[in-house]
Design a protein around this ligand. Sequence first.
Ligand code: NAD
Ligand code: UGA
Length: 458
Amino acid sequence: MFRKTILCIGAGYVGGPTMAVIAKHCPEYKVVVVDINPKRIAQWQSDKLPIYEPGLDEVVFATRNRNLFFSTDVDSHIESSDIIFVSVNTPTKTFGQGAGKAADLQYWEKTARQILKNSSTGKIVVEKSTLPVRTAAAMERILNSNEKGIHFDVLSNPEFLAEGTAIADLESPDRILVGARNTDSGQNALEQIVEIYAHWTPREKIITSNVWSSELSKLVANAFLAQRVSSINTISALCEKTNADIEEVSRAIGMDSRIGPKFLKAGVGFGGSCFKKDILNLAYIAETYGLTEVSRYWEQVVEINSYQQDRFVRIIVNSMFNTVAGKKIALFGFAFKADTGDTRESPAISIAQSLMDERAVLSIYDPKASEGITPELVDYEGRFSVEHSPVSAADGAHAIIIATDWAEFRDYDYSAIFEKMEKPAFIFDGRNILDHQKLYEIGFSVHRIGRPPLSRLA
Ligand code: NAD
Ligand code: UGA
């Protein structure tokens, strides 16, 4: 017999791992994760989970069918649960007012209506998805304007995990944030959410706030992180003009304890499903309140990100004698960062597309994200191949491009790879992760971000 039932609607990158960790630490709670996508649920119930995340298999396999359950039956599980986390997707709107900027809340609103329809008692509804500030007000209005005489408390508990380190982030978070109304019922609901995390998180790391601060803090955290990446990338462009070295500049500024060393790695720009959408959403909210300068400031972070990707492609084409038409180019990495199979908004997508627009023929290899490659490049069918080894990807290629910071890319036998490539052979390290001097000694012309090239050509 379980003490309480927790439901999570949305079995994605956030819902699955977060609920698995809650189930692990709260064996007295029944934790159910539901999704409208039957394929995803079947994968969560199988030996091959739908997402790759270090440490995830162990947690899921230890808790599944003990107190962690996956199901497609959303309706009946709503009725039988006490606390409902909603972790459905909140992509950027593609139509109507705010298209390209505002969050598309249709999935969220549908879920709220579904919760209402299937509840005969009041429940705690927790926003786990990232949402525009004041969304909870709209949700409360939908949920509480009912004729059943039941009351819902809507809380905000944003998720700060990063992909690739999701389990470590969930196990020892920098902080847990819970926002609630300052009413008796709101504060009682807040205590129940805090109590879940207190099973494994020190109390001083669980912070509480009002709902709006919590909703806004999530957007702002992502905006600040992305802003650091764009800032360092602007400096990488300046380094390339001045022979300063971005790695040395990052280290020098990062040792200032007020700046700190993280998120100062220059590269091909940020990807992932959230940074761009959340900044655009923040900018849109500011714009709707008439704060044009605030909105423009944040939009610039996204613009610099596109600039960095365009710049990288220009460096590739210019270095390869101003044409890549008909040349085979190996792309190492398609995931938006290392240790994930996620390709959403990956910088590799725009780099691949731009090179194929220049008529290059791409051979793409990624250790964990091969499945995502073809769907992301549907309009380019026949102009790229998906390879299952780095060696076959580079065979006969004129250049290798590093688009993702997978650690294994450092360990390849580049002498053997070099032998099989067309000459002159180039490497464009978009993540600054390889041993550039060694590659140069093998015979490659090596181009990197924010550092002078090691060119074998006059
Ligand atoms: P996702 O697309 O991987 O998962 C969302 C899931 O919700 C999908 O499986 C979808 O089928 C399901 N869904 C949609 N509507 C539904 C409905 N009505 N009923 C049941 N299921 C439904 O998305 P994600 O990456 O897990 O992100 C979810 C939210 O968390 C987003 O708001 C995102 O911004 C936020 N977030 C994501 C991350 C991350 O690392 N991916 C980190 C922090 C916050
Ligand atoms: C990010 C945040 O780090 C999480 O806290 C947040 O919960 C999540 O977004 C979200 O809301 O979805 P994530 O996108 O998974 O997590 O990964 P990050 O580690 O933040 O990397 C984002 C992108 O920035 C990647 O493409 C990465 O390669 C790039 N990056 C990161 C850099 O180019 N340089 C850096 O120094 C750091």
